[in-house]
Each structure stands twice: as C-alpha cells, then as structure tokens.
Design a protein around this ligand. Structure first.
Ligand SMILES: [Zn+2]
Length: 254
C-alpha cells in the first residue's frame, strides 16, 4: 500500500487548471510521477491538471489520460500538500517521467457537479433570505445532481417551498458567477452572505466565488458561469440534524 505522502514526495504543487477555467474539458500536460500500486492500478501526478480532486463537499472528477501506447482511466482524484494525484487503471505499457499526456474530463459528470455546486451557493442565499438571518455552515455536499447544505442553529418552521421559490428566482435572474482572488486583509470587505467564514483555513490569498448581487463566498470548487445554467432547483427537505439543520436539494434537467 502506497501512501499519498510517498506519492507526492519532493514534487511541486500541481497547476490547477480547473480553478482558472472550469469549462476546460481537455488539456495536455507532462508526467511527473507514475507509481504502480498493484496489477494495473496506480497513481499518476502531472505538471498540471483539469481534474478536480475530492475535497470536502465536491466529489472527485473522472476522466481519461492518454499517452503513446497507454490509456489511464481515472476513478479518483486526490490532493495532498497542493499536489493532485490521479488514481486509476492503466491499459498498455505504462508511463515514464517526462512523457506528454492528453487528458479528457468526464464532462457530463463534471458539468452536473458544477451546476449542483453553484446551486449550493444559491441555497445559502435563499436560506438567509427566507429565515431572515445568517447561519454558520457546518457541512455541505455537492454530488452529481443532488446535494445538501447544513447549518448550525435552530430554524423556525419548514419553509421548503419558500426556499425553493427564492432559489429559482435567482436562477431566473441569470446572474453572472465568477471567481475573485483577495488578500486576507480585504476578505471582510469582499465577502457577503458567506456562511463558512468560521471554518476557513488561514491563507494569504482567498478565492471567492461571487454571484453578482447575491453573495460572495470563499470556495475552491468549480461553478457554472451564470445562474441560469443551474436550471430548476428542487428543495427536497429541510430537516433537523445534530447541532442544526440540513437543506437537501436537487437540480432538475430541463
Ligand atoms: Zn463553491
């Protein structure tokens, strides 16, 4: 069993192309390390990648990486000390350091995750709007087409339908969604409506996701470019969990 610490030992941080352009479905890069685990399974590190790792609320991307004579099907993407590690199954000869690699994202899956994730930011806004107060978030999940936002504190009444209607108004307004990078000293001025400030790591620069006029939330995930791309949102439930409540939702295909 190989540990991630061994896989990334001595490697530079990976260029994270998905943070610059979440719509990039294909790219080329170079092999920095290939470690075979058992049989045809193994770990591959590239100089840069379009594949988002599993992190907190967002599930791992999937896709295919190809080099001359070798195809690698990625089933899991992980991040360790800033290095992105692709795990999967190989067919063909295997990789060597310095080899050129073409990567192709499982775009259908990723795009749905982008829509679900952006919907999570919209749910944050709708919850504040409907209950008339801010809540701290305790966790979230943005899976392929469905997810939840969990908050600390007591909520008054199951206002599922109102949350759904406010969220769908934001979708209909077709608000632009974009990333901004701000220094730690500007963070307080730039963010608004962000439920996760209490659990942010200490950084020099933060990436915040702005939904124009709606909220601006520190986040390292992938999002769509405008709220209409999320499509119609359905709030499945508002329910009590330990220390707070959970709002579960899904996105509906047109
Ligand atoms: Zn986000």
């Amino acid at each position: 069993m190989v540990s991630l610490a061994e896989v990334v030992e001595g490697l530079p941080e990976t260029g994270k192309l998905y943070l610059e352009d979440s719509y990039k479905r294909e790219a080329e890069s170079q092999v920095l390390r290939w470690i075979r685990e058992t049989g045809r399974k193994g770990y591959l590190v590239l100089r840069e990648t379009i594949m988002h790792p599993k992190s907190g609320a967002q599930p791992s991307d999937r896709g295919v990486l190809e080099s001359v004579g070798t195809t690698f099907t990625v089933s899991k993407v992980m991040e360790y000390r800033g290095v992105i590690v692709h795990y999967g199954e190989i067919s063909g000869e295997g990789f060597e350091e310095g080899m050129g690699v073409k990567m192709r994202l499982d775009w259908e899956r990723r795009y749905k995750i982008m829509r679900t994730h952006t919907a999570g930011h919209i749910v944050d806004y709708a919850v504040v709007k409907v209950y008339g107060r801010a809540f701290q978030s305790q966790s979230a999940m943005h899976d392929v087409g469905y997810g939840f936002q969990e908050y600390f504190g007591e909520y008054s009444g199951d206002l599922r339908e109102m949350i759904e209607s406010v969220a769908n108004e934001v979708v209909a307004l077709n608000k632009p969604v974009y990333a901004e990078y701000v220094g730690a000293n500007e963070l307080g001025k730039k963010v608004f409506g962000a439920p996760n400030l209490g659990r942010l790591p200490r950084l020099d620069v933060y990436r915040i996701i702005v939904i124009e006029g709606i909220n601006a939330i520190p986040c390292g995930g992938t999002h769509v470019r405008c709220t209409s791309e999320v499509g119609r949102l359905k709030i499945d439930s508002v329910e009590k969990v330990s220390n707070g409540f959970r709002v579960s939702y899904r996105i509906l295909d047109a």
